[in-house]
Structures are given as C-alpha cells and as structure tokens.
Design a protein around this ligand. Structure first.
Ligand code: NIG
Ligand code: FE
Length: 409
C-alpha cells in the first residue's frame, strides 16, 4: 500500500457551498488513490510507513478540471484571426465557408497519429498548470469515421499521458459542406449512424450540440439530445453564445449536465437551469477572443444558485487558450467572478459539469487523490497573477505526476 502524508499545508478544500473551504496548518493523508484523512496538524495520524511531504505552508487544491475543450484538431486559424482584426466577424467568416468548416477540412486530412502529435503540446500545457481531468469534444470530423478518429485520439491522450479524459460526442457542431441545404438529413445521420456507432465502440461519455444561427436549430438540437438519452448518455449543449435561441431552456428540460457559453441567456430563463440542476459553464476565453460585449447573466445565476463552472474552450477558432489560470483571471476581470468562485469553477463545479462530482473536484475524504501543490500561500493568488505558473507538484490518483525539486521533502 502506498501512503503519503502532507504536512504543514494550507488547504483550499472547495467543500461546502461557497468560498474556498480554507484550512490552515492542516495535514492530509493519501492512501492508494484516495484521500483517506484530513485534519489539523496536531491531530495527524502517526504513520511511520508513509512518505512525508512537508508543504511548508504552501497551498494545496484539488486537481484542476477543464470541463469544455475542443483540443483535438489539425492546423490553426491564425489567418482568420488576421481577418477579424481587419473587421470580419466570427459569423461572417463561418458564412463564407471558413470557421469550423476550415478546421474540419484539415482534421479530416490528418491521420490519427498526426492529430495526436498536434494535440500533445496543448494537453501538456494544460497539465503543467495542474489539470488532472480534461474533457475533449469531437466535432471537427462531421462524418462517422472522422468523429470516431477524433474520439480515439482523445482516448489515446488519456492512455499515454495519465490524466483523466472525458470524451464528448459533438457530431452536431456544424453542417459539413457535403450536406449544404440539407441540415435535417445531417441530423438524421448524426442520430441514426454517427452517435450509435461511436457509442458502440465505447468512445462516448456524453453528447453535446451547438445550437446557434450558424449551426443547428433548437428542434434539431433536441433531436440529438433525445437520441443520446435513448442510449443512456448524459447531455450538454453550446447555447446562447452569439444570440438567444432558447437552447439553454430546451437542454435543461432534457436534464443537461451543463449548458455552456450563455452570454445571451435571458435572466428569466435562469430559473429553468436551477430547476434542472444544470451547471452554467462560462467560457471567458471565447468572450475575450471574439471581443464579445454581452455578459452572461452572472447576478441571476448567483441569485438562483446555479453552479458556475469555467473552462478553456480550447479550440482554434474562438478560444486558442490553453491556460486555466488565465481563464480564472479572465473570469474575475471580465465577468467579475470572485477568485473563490473562479477556483470552484475549475474544480468542484467543473466536476459537476462532467457528472463526476462524487469522485473528484474537492479535497474530501473518499475522493480521488488528485491534488496540486502551488508555490503560493493564498488561493486568491491563482486568479490574480497573469503569466506565472506556480504549480510545483501534481498528484494524480495518489501517484506523483510532476514534482519540482524545490519542495521535495
Ligand atoms: O465553443 N461554439 C462552437 N464551438 C466552438 C468554436 C469552435 C471553432 O470555432 O472552431 C466554441 O466556441
Ligand atoms: Fe466550445
């Protein structure tokens, strides 16, 4: 049996309903892959057979969770970034055949190995800042074989890098060019062939749809979510990103784990999310990168106690962002979240958005020992600094993943 006793730690447990769940001068015991005990230093167990890790009053948090990414894809869209700086909008570029569809062409042309190689540095960058669980969506293949190829690469990243990866099927991300003018036919293909085949291969943990004027209607999205539910799969949706289509209310009515983006969500619709227990996943990277002006209804989400999660939305078009620490800062500066809300957004509430809150997301007895040791004394510093990475060591499922010599006890 392997045991590690962390001593002299400041814990941000992210337990309870709000705030950091801060404990000073604490000790935490990991046995095998779980948190077995935590309490004040004076009460720490006498464990002669444990490895002792003296934190010297540094901060420990749960492993960070990036609950919304599109980071398996080929190529980049730096040329569209230039076009947007010259005045074209994200929607203009999509309407002219660029946008998501240009990444679809590059992704279809890439082999599984090429996709893996291109995704690797993106995942490593997120991991260097303490990410222990990552969600990856398909959605740049848009046919059976290419969606399956993307999901297989997501699985391979999990197998080779040792972090946890949740695979989300997003076949209804955009209309592939060969279905131009026949979007209902494409939705039928998604429901009748693409999703069932990907699911039969064990490649789908959840199903997502993009409901927007440049993507699919609420009725089409509903069809996909209903098919997912028939297969017993949890659902989520990209909604109200560029306009208010009513997708969030529909997805919540289907018991969505999360509804994501939400800049154009009406305050009156927030109650429906609360009733459904759906998590609001906010994506400040896309808000920033697209220079969006419309803010999500944060005050109403808080008032109705809808859990708020944050994610990178790492993708080549609207959020080429690969840092959850930067996302925490953006959530505070752009959306006026508190640093405590930001930490909860990338830990416990992100776990809820993935349906994994009983296993990960907080420092509590019985949860998996996914733990980050930061070279800071207080949790607000994580949201405050930009461009610094104070991650010193990461334990994933009770095993050391990265460990900086500075804190080796
Ligand atoms: O979450 N909104 C739709 N999907 C992505 C953008 C994908 C892309 O532009 O390639 C998003 O922002
Ligand atoms: Fe997205």
């Amino acid at each position: 049996m392997s045991q590690t006793l962390f001593t002299n730690a400041t814990l941000a447990c992210v337990d309870g309903d709000s705030d950091y769940g801060l404990r000073d001068d604490f000790s935490l015991l990991v046995k095998n892959d779980q948190i077995a005990w935590l309490g004040p230093m004076a009460q720490r167990p006498n464990t002669a057979d444990s490895e002792i890790f003296d934190c010297e009053h540094r901060l420990l948090t749960p492993g960070l969770i990036d609950c919304h990414t599109h980071l398996v894809y080929a190529g980049d869209r730096a040329d569209e970034f230039e076009q947007r700086l010259e005045g074209a909008s994200y929607a203009d570029i999509a309407a002219a055949g660029g946008g998501i569809v240009s990444t679809v062409k590059a992704t279809r042309a890439a082999s599984e190995d090429e996709l893996f190689e291109q995704a690797l540095p993106r995942v490593r960058q997120l991991m260097s800042e303490g990410v222990t669980t990552l969600e990856i969506k398909s959605g740049y293949g848009l046919d059976c074989d290419n969606e399956i190829k993307m999901l297989r690469v997501a699985g391979q990243l999990e197998a080779e890098l040792g972090l946890r990866v949740q695979k989300t099927f997003l076949g209804a991300h955009s209309l592939p060019p060969e279905f131009d003018g026949r979007s209902d036919d494409y939705i039928a293909l998604v429901c009748e062939e693409m999703l069932p085949r990907a699911h039969a291969k064990g490649l789908v943990d959840a199903v997502d749809v993009f409901i927007e004027s440049i993507a699919f209607s609420v009725a089409q999205g509903e069809r996909v979510l209903a098919c997912a539910q028939q297969l017993g799969l949890p659902v989520k949706a990209h909604v109200e990103q560029l306009s208010d289509q009513g997708g969030a209310v529909m997805a919540a009515a289907h018991g969505a784990l999360s509804v994501d983006h939400l800049e154009y969500l009406k305050e009156d619709d927030v109650a429906r999310l609360a009733q459904a227990n759906s998590v609001a996943v906010l994506l400040p990277g896309a808000f920033y990168f697209l220079r969006e002006r419309q803010l999500p209804p944060i005050a109403a989400l808080r008032e109705r106690r809808v859990p708020i999660a944050l994610a990178s939305d790492a993708n080549p078009g609207s959020s080429p962002v690969h840092s959850l620490l930067l996302i925490m800062n953006m959530a505070c500066t752009l959306f006026r979240l508190t640093p405590a809300e930001a930490l909860r957004g990338v830990t416990l509430n992100a776990a809820r958005a993935l349906g994994l809150a009983s296993e990960i997301g907080s420092l509590e007895i019985g949860k998996r020992a996914d733990i980050v040791i930061w070279d800071v004394g207080r949790p607000s510093v994580l949201s405050y600094r930009v461009g610094m990475n104070p991650c010193l060591a990461v334990m994933q499922g009770g095993q050391w993943r990265e460990r900086n010599a500075v804190v080796t006890a």
